[in-house]
Design a protein around this ligand. Sequence first.
Ligand code: NAD
Ligand code: UDP
Length: 313
Amino acid sequence: MRKRILVTGGAGFIGSHLSERLLGEGNEVVCVDNFFTGSKENISRLLSNPHFEVIRHDICFPLYLEVDEIYNLACPASPIHYQFDPVQTTKVNVSGSINMLGLAKRLKIKIFQASTSEVYGDPAEHPQTESYWGNVNPIGPRACYDEGKRCAETLFFDYYRQHGIQIKVLRIFNTYGPRMLPDDGRVVSNFIIQALKGEDITVYGDGSHTRSFCYVNDTVDAMIRMMGSPDGFTGPVNAGNPEEVTILRLARKVIEIAGSRSKVVFSDLPEDDPRRRKPDISLARKALGWSPETGLDEGLQRTVEYFKSQLYP
Ligand code: NAD
Ligand code: UDP
């Protein structure tokens, strides 16, 4: 049966891929976005679809709609953007989540939260399992995002316990792919653009810190499986690619895949930058039957092709 699905942040990087996938599965999608980091271009191909609707709205203000499910993604995700107006970042995670949880409560519907590996902060446990409580600096420059997302999880679980609504919390690890913003400072887009333009590749620190990168189609697949999991299954569940790489190795891979002559240059590591990050995805495998299908090389190749077509149309 066709469902009407609300996607907050639906004009963003992950939200636009999710909306496309949900429409492809025969649903109606209502995309709510204030276009802070999202764009009409991201959803331009969807605008002619009669089952797709866009509402320009900031979820920090109440929203009254009739829908069957909610995916809550609204929140800037790159450090440059979430630190641009840190108070607004906390607000979207707290007031925005309360508004969306209130909507879910009124309509008695399921609500999905796009949580993040950032809830683990600079992790003292490696790899990270869902039972790890994290190591977050509550007063640092990343806190608006990390603590905001932690508080959003608290709100989701309190609405679940207090009001009995169905919640689905997924902790998403670094995701990359087409439609990342070229100028949002995230490592994959930065490196690819630098490589394609023949500019220096800017590695912060000595490049020995790590991340685990998941291709966007795999992340979207995990999100949809999480939403479809049995009633009463709340998560949190980690979704990420356990293929951990150092940032220096990523830089070398991007140079090779882009066929670039760029050189690697080193500069200071930003404050509170997590040193290591790798998901333990045993729970996602068991509860959702999910594991990523796209390896880093293949995903980077597709992303390089995308940025090439953007830079040199
Ligand atoms: P993005 O910045 O591309 O998308 C966020 C979207 O939310 C944008 O379209 C933006 O305009 C919109 N938005 C922001 N504030 C809003 C508000 N107050 N009201 C309505 N819309 C608002 O980021 P993304 O990478 O697509 O991330 C989507 C979600 O997934 C975010 O919640 C992010 O925290 C989470 N996440 C992303 C990653 C990742 O690696 N990309 C990892 C973990 C979690
Ligand atoms: N990074 C880097 N050079 C860049 C951009 C980022 O070395 O041009 C590093 C950054 O310090 C971090 C990692 O790459 O250690 C991932 O950064 P990103 O902002 O993409 O994600 P996050 O830190 O939120 O995981």
